[in-house]
Ligand binder design. Structure first.
Ligand SMILES: [Zn+2]
Length: 87
């Protein structure tokens, strides 16, 4: 069985800001409940533009006028960066 030698390094978790980092993505999830008390859980589409993602709660409210609570879900790129690159 092949063996690998790992060095113990200090790592930092940091926001991915490099040019080729994946874009931040946004969506809204309905926190309203149906008449029987079950969570709705409906989600709008994922958008890179925050303002575009914010349109979905207005569309959902048109069909579910009692559903007025929402969660904003954002996916952001993060990186694990070693204090020094392993040799
Ligand atoms: Zn809903």
């Amino acid at each position: 069985m092949p063996r690998k030698l790992f060095r113990f390094l200090d790592w930092t978790l940091t926001l991915g800001r490099e040019p080729d980092a994946p874009p931040i993505q946004h969506l809204y999830r309905c926190l309203g409940e149906d008449e029987d008390g079950k969570p709705c859980g409906a989600e709008g589409p994922v958008h890179e533009a925050f303002a575009t993602a914010q349109k979905w709660p207005f569309d959902h409210l048109k069909v579910q006028q009692e559903h007025r609570s929402y969660a904003h879900v954002a996916v952001t790129p993060w990186l694990m960066v070693p204090q020094e690159e392993p040799s």
